[in-house]
Design a protein around this ligand. Sequence first.
Ligand SMILES: Cc1cc2nc3c(=O)[nH]c(=O)nc-3n(C[C@H](O)[C@H](O)[C@H](O)COP(=O)(O)OP(=O)(O)OC[C@H]3O[C@@H](n4cnc5c(N)ncnc54)[C@H](O)[C@@H]3O)c2cc1C
Ligand SMILES: NC(=O)c1ccc[n+]([C@@H]2O[C@H](COP(=O)([O-])OP(=O)(O)OC[C@H]3O[C@@H](n4cnc5c(N)ncnc54)[C@H](O)[C@@H]3O)[C@@H](O)[C@H]2O)c1
Length: 481
Amino acid sequence: MEQIRCDVAIIGAGSAGLSAYRAARAAGKHAVMIEGGPYGTTCARVGCMPSKLLISAAEAAHAVHAASGFGVHAGTVRIDGEAVMERVRRERDRFVGFVVENVEQLPPEDKIRGYARFAAPNRLLVDDHTEVHAERIVIATGSTPIVPEEWALAGPRVIHSDAVFEWTDLPDSVAVIGTGVIGLELGQALHRLGVRVALYARGTSVAQLGDPEVLADAARTLQEELDIRFETQIVSVTADGQQLVLTTRDAAGNERQDRYDHVLVAIGRAPNVQALRLDLAGIERDRRGVPLYDRTTMQCGTSPIFIAGDANDELPLLPEAADQGKIAGHNAALYPDVQPGLRRTLLAIAFTEPQIATLGAGWRALWQSHGGRFAVGSVSFANQGRSRVMLQNRGLLRVYGEYGSGRFLGAEMIGPRAEHLGHLLAWAVQAKLTVAAMLDMPFYHPVIEEGVRTALRDLAERLKHPPAEPPPPCPDCTPGT
Ligand SMILES: Cc1cc2nc3c(=O)[nH]c(=O)nc-3n(C[C@H](O)[C@H](O)[C@H](O)COP(=O)(O)OP(=O)(O)OC[C@H]3O[C@@H](n4cnc5c(N)ncnc54)[C@H](O)[C@@H]3O)c2cc1C
Ligand SMILES: NC(=O)c1ccc[n+]([C@@H]2O[C@H](COP(=O)([O-])OP(=O)(O)OC[C@H]3O[C@@H](n4cnc5c(N)ncnc54)[C@H](O)[C@@H]3O)[C@@H](O)[C@H]2O)c1
């Protein structure tokens, strides 16, 4: 077996791993990166980029339909599924190519191919060909889609998101299980591209939303366009020829069967920690086997082991993977002199239409940190000037502020251009602005940001009247099902 000694070993060459590798090298350490799967990162290969490519095609199709609302008629829309998927794959491959090129330029001796597992706290085995003795280790192994075995038994037509981006044509019908971010983004895109789509949710959750009013608005708004079956259990998935039969039971106990070309399972992703033999790493883990770590240093206890990206299941988002990887790699290099790194204000965006954004402290977090003692301002986009002009007047924004200090704390929303409003508001949270200071900022006319101003004015007014009594416990704070 080949023996390798290094200062820092990084397990996983995804966004978090690459970022950790660069940070460790920049701090002057000898770092090696171990990758078992294909290079190119989840984000570029089967995540952020191909999903947004598919969504862009869907938006183009939708724009043609929506044009009639302005009196503009473009004739019959024809969707060439092969061309849609060809562009998705071609552009995806281009993005992946850039990442692979970067990896190829790294010194060959810094790259080890194979799957790593712990043999001891400072020792890794890579497949059965290499033993790595590392003073410090960064776990950046990402996550894997969850597909329950009883559904997978129905055969290869039961898929997860990775498979969508390999299609060479669009199917006729798809059942999407899960109304999280992946289910909604892909489900809506496929629907807009002419695929018969139904989405199944065991509860009432919509993307990452926690605020009950935004959640209700989002469910209603999305259901106007999409066939979403909330509070519906999957009874069974069975193969029947070239199709799948999905048997479901709704909240009233009624069972029904529907046939689809594919069942797309989008019920979450599990951190890749099970195969790492973390029992030999000498670190504490939670009941799911995920190492306990400090979210400012990414260090696991006081050990020389660090964890970053989807592997720790904290915020499985690309910017988080990059930031956490940088902190982990830097601190692995500095160990034992670890330092807190920059953890930015939370910002999560679902690229549905209308888009969904949560930022800063969301509804559930505020009930924990503030015990309900925060004020809420809101605006509906139904009559918001610019949104109406653009025929995108749907959605709701709720903004949160702290009594006493007047600090702006966060927001949840579904609405037009939420990706941009989300950034604007997240920056205000991170800059620790008060609601009054935000209202002193310039607002042009007519713009969607005027809707934000309406919500902030509402919030400013409510902040003047703190409740005399503490509020009753949050009725909506159990995690969404
Ligand atoms: C469909 C989809 C859409 C998404 N859209 C967005 C979006 O729009 N915006 C956004 O911010 N985020 C999005 N995400 C999330 C984002 O892609 C992830 O949060 C991010 O890619 C995680 O990066 P990572 O480095 O933690 O994991 P990865 O990039 O998955 O890297 C982990 C690497 O570790 C390797 N590995 C695993 N185990 C081992 C081992 N034992 N030994 C060696 N190597 C190992 C894997 O092969 C993999 O290459 C999306 C995800 C999906 C699935
Ligand atoms: N735009 C983006 O930033 C973006 C896009 C896609 C994915 N992502 C990331 O990928 C992660 C994974 O996405 P996801 O949509 O798979 O997960 P998710 O956690 O967002 O949603 C999973 C959904 O499935 C439901 N669910 C769970 N178990 C179920 C079961 N047994 N039966 C039926 N429903 C069940 C959950 O209630 C939830 O609504 C997200 O958390 C997100 O961080 C981000």
